[in-house]
Ligand binder design. Structure first.
Ligand code: 13P
Length: 311
Protein backbone atom coordinates (compact mmCIF):
# COMPACT_ATOMS: atom_id res chain seq x y z
CA UNK A 1 0.00 0.00 0.00
CA UNK A 2 1.19 3.51 -0.87
CA UNK A 3 2.14 4.98 2.53
CA UNK A 4 0.81 8.41 1.52
CA UNK A 5 -2.69 7.00 0.94
CA UNK A 6 -5.39 8.53 3.17
CA UNK A 7 -6.83 5.19 4.30
CA UNK A 8 -9.95 6.59 5.96
CA UNK A 9 -10.81 8.59 2.81
CA UNK A 10 -10.12 5.57 0.59
CA UNK A 11 -12.25 3.29 2.75
CA UNK A 12 -15.02 5.88 2.54
CA UNK A 13 -14.75 6.10 -1.23
CA UNK A 14 -14.77 2.30 -1.66
CA UNK A 15 -17.65 1.79 0.75
CA UNK A 16 -19.82 4.10 -1.37
CA UNK A 17 -18.59 2.67 -4.66
CA UNK A 18 -19.28 -0.90 -3.50
CA UNK A 19 -22.50 -0.12 -1.60
CA UNK A 20 -20.86 -1.72 1.43
CA UNK A 21 -21.78 -1.51 5.10
CA UNK A 22 -18.97 -1.66 7.67
CA UNK A 23 -19.98 -3.41 10.89
CA UNK A 24 -17.67 -3.35 13.91
CA UNK A 25 -17.69 -5.03 17.30
CA UNK A 26 -16.92 -2.99 20.44
CA UNK A 27 -13.65 -4.92 20.82
CA UNK A 28 -12.17 -3.31 17.70
CA UNK A 29 -9.54 -0.55 17.83
CA UNK A 30 -11.07 2.91 18.34
CA UNK A 31 -10.14 4.06 14.82
CA UNK A 32 -12.07 1.11 13.35
CA UNK A 33 -15.11 1.74 15.56
CA UNK A 34 -15.05 5.39 14.46
CA UNK A 35 -15.23 4.64 10.76
CA UNK A 36 -17.84 1.86 11.02
CA UNK A 37 -21.43 2.42 9.90
CA UNK A 38 -22.57 0.52 12.96
CA UNK A 39 -20.86 -0.62 16.17
CA UNK A 40 -22.57 -3.17 18.38
CA UNK A 41 -22.59 -6.32 20.47
CA UNK A 42 -22.92 -9.77 18.92
CA UNK A 43 -26.73 -9.73 18.86
CA UNK A 44 -27.10 -6.22 17.43
CA UNK A 45 -24.48 -6.96 14.79
CA UNK A 46 -26.31 -10.16 13.77
CA UNK A 47 -29.57 -8.24 13.46
CA UNK A 48 -27.88 -5.55 11.36
CA UNK A 49 -26.28 -8.16 9.09
CA UNK A 50 -29.66 -9.86 8.61
CA UNK A 51 -31.48 -6.60 7.79
CA UNK A 52 -28.99 -4.63 5.67
CA UNK A 53 -29.76 -3.71 2.06
CA UNK A 54 -26.07 -3.15 1.26
CA UNK A 55 -24.48 -5.38 -1.41
CA UNK A 56 -21.40 -6.05 0.69
CA UNK A 57 -20.79 -6.48 4.42
CA UNK A 58 -17.34 -5.71 5.82
CA UNK A 59 -17.34 -7.40 9.20
CA UNK A 60 -14.74 -6.01 11.60
CA UNK A 61 -14.73 -8.53 14.41
CA UNK A 62 -13.66 -12.15 14.42
CA UNK A 63 -14.28 -14.82 11.81
CA UNK A 64 -17.33 -16.48 13.38
CA UNK A 65 -19.09 -13.10 13.35
CA UNK A 66 -18.54 -12.76 9.60
CA UNK A 67 -19.76 -16.34 9.23
CA UNK A 68 -22.99 -15.48 11.10
CA UNK A 69 -23.48 -12.52 8.73
CA UNK A 70 -23.07 -14.82 5.71
CA UNK A 71 -25.46 -17.44 7.14
CA UNK A 72 -28.11 -14.76 7.70
CA UNK A 73 -27.46 -12.84 4.46
CA UNK A 74 -26.28 -15.42 1.89
CA UNK A 75 -26.81 -13.20 -1.15
CA UNK A 76 -24.38 -10.55 0.16
CA UNK A 77 -20.66 -10.54 -0.28
CA UNK A 78 -19.29 -10.80 3.27
CA UNK A 79 -15.62 -9.96 3.77
CA UNK A 80 -13.46 -9.82 6.89
CA UNK A 81 -10.20 -7.91 7.17
CA UNK A 82 -8.17 -10.91 8.37
CA UNK A 83 -9.09 -14.56 7.87
CA UNK A 84 -6.87 -15.55 10.83
CA UNK A 85 -9.02 -13.62 13.32
CA UNK A 86 -10.27 -16.63 15.26
CA UNK A 87 -11.73 -17.09 18.73
CA UNK A 88 -10.49 -19.22 21.63
CA UNK A 89 -14.05 -20.26 22.45
CA UNK A 90 -14.63 -21.47 18.91
CA UNK A 91 -11.30 -23.34 19.01
CA UNK A 92 -12.24 -25.02 22.28
CA UNK A 93 -15.28 -26.69 20.72
CA UNK A 94 -14.59 -28.69 17.59
CA UNK A 95 -17.58 -30.21 15.74
CA UNK A 96 -16.74 -33.91 16.24
CA UNK A 97 -16.29 -33.86 20.03
CA UNK A 98 -19.35 -31.60 20.21
CA UNK A 99 -21.38 -34.13 18.24
CA UNK A 100 -20.22 -36.85 20.66
CA UNK A 101 -21.15 -34.60 23.62
CA UNK A 102 -24.65 -34.20 22.18
CA UNK A 103 -25.00 -37.92 21.51
CA UNK A 104 -24.05 -38.65 25.11
CA UNK A 105 -26.91 -36.41 26.30
CA UNK A 106 -29.76 -37.16 23.86
CA UNK A 107 -32.52 -35.77 26.10
CA UNK A 108 -30.81 -32.37 26.51
CA UNK A 109 -31.57 -29.16 24.60
CA UNK A 110 -28.31 -27.85 23.08
CA UNK A 111 -28.05 -24.14 23.80
CA UNK A 112 -24.91 -22.81 22.13
CA UNK A 113 -23.15 -19.48 22.53
CA UNK A 114 -22.74 -17.63 19.22
CA UNK A 115 -18.92 -17.78 19.65
CA UNK A 116 -18.60 -21.08 17.75
CA UNK A 117 -18.20 -22.41 14.21
CA UNK A 118 -21.02 -22.88 11.68
CA UNK A 119 -20.56 -26.66 12.10
CA UNK A 120 -21.22 -26.46 15.85
CA UNK A 121 -24.17 -24.12 15.26
CA UNK A 122 -25.61 -26.67 12.85
CA UNK A 123 -25.50 -29.30 15.64
CA UNK A 124 -27.30 -26.99 18.12
CA UNK A 125 -30.95 -26.40 18.96
CA UNK A 126 -30.71 -22.69 19.67
CA UNK A 127 -27.95 -20.07 19.60
CA UNK A 128 -27.63 -17.39 22.27
CA UNK A 129 -25.48 -14.33 22.89
CA UNK A 130 -24.66 -12.90 26.29
CA UNK A 131 -27.46 -10.35 25.88
CA UNK A 132 -30.30 -12.80 25.21
CA UNK A 133 -29.13 -16.06 26.89
CA UNK A 134 -31.21 -15.59 30.04
CA UNK A 135 -34.40 -14.65 28.15
CA UNK A 136 -34.02 -17.57 25.73
CA UNK A 137 -33.19 -20.19 28.39
CA UNK A 138 -36.23 -19.12 30.43
CA UNK A 139 -38.47 -19.86 27.43
CA UNK A 140 -37.23 -23.46 27.08
CA UNK A 141 -39.43 -26.33 28.42
CA UNK A 142 -38.72 -26.54 32.15
CA UNK A 143 -38.58 -30.35 32.24
CA UNK A 144 -35.71 -30.63 29.75
CA UNK A 145 -32.06 -30.43 30.87
CA UNK A 146 -29.71 -28.15 28.93
CA UNK A 147 -26.33 -28.66 27.32
CA UNK A 148 -24.51 -25.36 27.26
CA UNK A 149 -21.43 -24.83 25.05
CA UNK A 150 -18.77 -23.62 24.63
CA UNK A 151 -18.32 -20.99 27.41
CA UNK A 152 -18.43 -22.60 30.85
CA UNK A 153 -18.41 -19.26 32.67
CA UNK A 154 -21.41 -17.85 30.80
CA UNK A 155 -23.02 -21.28 31.27
CA UNK A 156 -22.39 -21.29 35.03
CA UNK A 157 -23.70 -17.73 35.29
CA UNK A 158 -26.87 -18.75 33.40
CA UNK A 159 -27.27 -21.79 35.60
CA UNK A 160 -27.20 -19.48 38.61
CA UNK A 161 -29.58 -16.92 37.06
CA UNK A 162 -32.16 -19.36 35.71
CA UNK A 163 -31.82 -22.26 38.19
CA UNK A 164 -31.88 -24.68 35.23
CA UNK A 165 -30.20 -28.05 35.17
CA UNK A 166 -27.24 -27.63 32.80
CA UNK A 167 -24.29 -29.65 31.59
CA UNK A 168 -21.46 -27.32 30.59
CA UNK A 169 -18.87 -27.68 27.85
CA UNK A 170 -15.45 -26.86 29.37
CA UNK A 171 -14.50 -23.90 27.12
CA UNK A 172 -13.50 -20.35 28.03
CA UNK A 173 -12.31 -17.06 26.54
CA UNK A 174 -8.56 -16.41 26.89
CA UNK A 175 -9.21 -12.75 27.66
CA UNK A 176 -11.89 -12.99 30.35
CA UNK A 177 -10.13 -15.96 31.93
CA UNK A 178 -7.07 -13.84 32.74
CA UNK A 179 -8.56 -11.23 35.08
CA UNK A 180 -7.13 -11.58 38.58
CA UNK A 181 -9.44 -11.51 41.59
CA UNK A 182 -6.57 -10.51 43.89
CA UNK A 183 -5.56 -7.57 41.70
CA UNK A 184 -9.21 -6.56 41.22
CA UNK A 185 -9.73 -6.39 44.98
CA UNK A 186 -6.54 -4.30 45.34
CA UNK A 187 -7.79 -1.95 42.61
CA UNK A 188 -11.18 -1.62 44.32
CA UNK A 189 -9.44 -0.62 47.55
CA UNK A 190 -7.59 2.12 45.68
CA UNK A 191 -10.85 3.24 43.98
CA UNK A 192 -13.53 2.68 46.62
CA UNK A 193 -16.24 4.53 44.69
CA UNK A 194 -15.68 2.71 41.41
CA UNK A 195 -18.40 0.31 40.23
CA UNK A 196 -17.34 -2.95 38.59
CA UNK A 197 -19.02 -3.85 35.27
CA UNK A 198 -18.19 -7.33 33.99
CA UNK A 199 -18.93 -9.52 30.98
CA UNK A 200 -20.45 -12.94 31.82
CA UNK A 201 -17.52 -14.66 30.07
CA UNK A 202 -15.56 -13.78 33.26
CA UNK A 203 -15.09 -16.52 35.85
CA UNK A 204 -17.24 -16.54 38.96
CA UNK A 205 -14.34 -15.17 41.05
CA UNK A 206 -14.61 -11.89 39.06
CA UNK A 207 -18.41 -11.85 38.63
CA UNK A 208 -18.77 -12.09 42.43
CA UNK A 209 -17.26 -8.59 42.68
CA UNK A 210 -19.37 -7.09 39.88
CA UNK A 211 -21.99 -4.40 40.45
CA UNK A 212 -23.30 -5.14 36.98
CA UNK A 213 -22.96 -8.10 34.59
CA UNK A 214 -23.92 -7.88 30.93
CA UNK A 215 -23.03 -8.07 27.25
CA UNK A 216 -20.79 -5.38 25.78
CA UNK A 217 -23.70 -3.10 24.84
CA UNK A 218 -25.42 -3.78 28.12
CA UNK A 219 -22.28 -2.78 30.07
CA UNK A 220 -22.01 0.36 27.94
CA UNK A 221 -25.66 1.26 28.65
CA UNK A 222 -25.10 0.63 32.36
CA UNK A 223 -22.09 2.95 32.73
CA UNK A 224 -23.81 5.70 30.73
CA UNK A 225 -27.01 5.52 32.81
CA UNK A 226 -25.22 5.27 36.18
CA UNK A 227 -24.64 8.35 38.32
CA UNK A 228 -21.27 6.92 39.42
CA UNK A 229 -18.17 8.63 38.07
CA UNK A 230 -15.68 5.77 38.11
CA UNK A 231 -15.90 2.24 36.73
CA UNK A 232 -13.71 -0.84 36.52
CA UNK A 233 -14.42 -2.63 33.25
CA UNK A 234 -13.92 -6.40 33.20
CA UNK A 235 -14.06 -7.22 29.51
CA UNK A 236 -11.94 -6.60 26.40
CA UNK A 237 -10.63 -3.09 26.94
CA UNK A 238 -11.52 -1.50 23.56
CA UNK A 239 -15.12 -1.03 24.64
CA UNK A 240 -13.74 1.78 26.81
CA UNK A 241 -13.36 3.79 23.59
CA UNK A 242 -17.17 4.11 23.29
CA UNK A 243 -17.55 4.75 27.01
CA UNK A 244 -15.03 7.60 27.06
CA UNK A 245 -16.53 9.09 23.91
CA UNK A 246 -20.06 9.09 25.31
CA UNK A 247 -19.12 10.07 28.88
CA UNK A 248 -15.85 12.03 28.81
CA UNK A 249 -16.37 13.18 32.42
CA UNK A 250 -16.31 9.58 33.74
CA UNK A 251 -13.26 7.44 34.43
CA UNK A 252 -12.99 3.89 33.08
CA UNK A 253 -10.30 1.57 34.39
CA UNK A 254 -9.62 -1.76 32.65
CA UNK A 255 -9.76 -4.72 35.06
CA UNK A 256 -6.28 -6.04 35.88
CA UNK A 257 -4.58 -9.33 35.14
CA UNK A 258 -2.18 -11.18 37.45
CA UNK A 259 0.60 -8.61 36.83
CA UNK A 260 -1.70 -5.77 37.93
CA UNK A 261 -1.66 -4.33 34.40
CA UNK A 262 -4.28 -4.39 31.68
CA UNK A 263 -2.36 -5.91 28.75
CA UNK A 264 -4.29 -9.15 29.27
CA UNK A 265 -7.58 -7.55 28.19
CA UNK A 266 -6.42 -6.94 24.64
CA UNK A 267 -7.86 -9.63 22.35
CA UNK A 268 -5.12 -10.73 19.92
CA UNK A 269 -7.69 -11.97 17.40
CA UNK A 270 -9.68 -8.72 17.32
CA UNK A 271 -6.37 -6.83 17.11
CA UNK A 272 -5.50 -8.49 13.78
CA UNK A 273 -7.86 -6.10 11.99
CA UNK A 274 -6.32 -2.82 10.81
CA UNK A 275 -7.32 0.08 8.56
CA UNK A 276 -4.97 -1.26 5.87
CA UNK A 277 -6.69 -4.63 5.90
CA UNK A 278 -10.16 -3.03 5.79
CA UNK A 279 -9.08 -1.01 2.77
CA UNK A 280 -7.69 -4.13 1.07
CA UNK A 281 -10.75 -6.30 1.70
CA UNK A 282 -13.01 -3.60 0.25
CA UNK A 283 -10.74 -3.30 -2.77
CA UNK A 284 -10.11 -7.02 -3.37
CA UNK A 285 -13.42 -8.62 -2.23
CA UNK A 286 -11.29 -10.88 -0.03
CA UNK A 287 -11.00 -12.64 2.30
CA UNK A 288 -14.64 -13.50 1.61
CA UNK A 289 -16.67 -15.78 3.86
CA UNK A 290 -18.15 -18.83 2.18
CA UNK A 291 -20.38 -21.41 3.84
CA UNK A 292 -21.50 -24.55 1.94
CA UNK A 293 -25.27 -24.30 1.39
CA UNK A 294 -26.25 -27.46 3.32
CA UNK A 295 -24.20 -26.30 6.31
CA UNK A 296 -25.61 -22.78 6.03
CA UNK A 297 -29.20 -24.01 6.05
CA UNK A 298 -28.49 -26.24 9.07
CA UNK A 299 -26.77 -23.43 11.00
CA UNK A 300 -29.46 -20.92 10.04
CA UNK A 301 -32.18 -22.83 11.91
CA UNK A 302 -30.86 -22.32 15.48
CA UNK A 303 -29.80 -18.75 14.59
CA UNK A 304 -33.30 -17.90 13.36
CA UNK A 305 -34.70 -19.48 16.49
CA UNK A 306 -32.46 -17.14 18.50
CA UNK A 307 -33.68 -14.06 16.61
CA UNK A 308 -37.28 -15.21 17.00
CA UNK A 309 -36.92 -15.87 20.74
CA UNK A 310 -35.18 -12.56 21.47
CA UNK A 311 -37.60 -10.17 19.76
P1 13P B 1 -21.10 -9.48 23.21
O1 13P B 1 -20.71 -8.33 22.33
O2 13P B 1 -22.35 -10.11 22.72
O3 13P B 1 -21.16 -9.08 24.64
O4 13P B 1 -19.99 -10.61 23.07
C1 13P B 1 -18.69 -10.40 23.37
C2 13P B 1 -17.83 -11.41 22.73
O5 13P B 1 -17.52 -12.42 23.27
C3 13P B 1 -17.37 -11.21 21.39
O6 13P B 1 -16.57 -12.26 20.99
Amino acid sequence: IDPTLDLVAEIDRLRKERNAVILAHYYQEGEIQDLADFVGDSLDLSRKAAATDADMIVFCGVRFMGEVAKILSPSKLVVIPDSEAGCSLEESCRPEPFRAFREKHPDHIAVTYINCSAEVKALSDVIVTSSNAEAIISQLPADRPILFAPDRHLGAYMQKKTGRDMTLWPGSCIIHEQFSEKELVKLKVRHPKALVAAHPECPDSILNHADHVGSTRNILDFVLASSAKEFIIATEQHIIHQMSKAAPDKTFIPAPGADGGCSCSNCPFMARNTLEKIYLCLKNDAPAITVPEDLRVAALKPLERMLEMSK
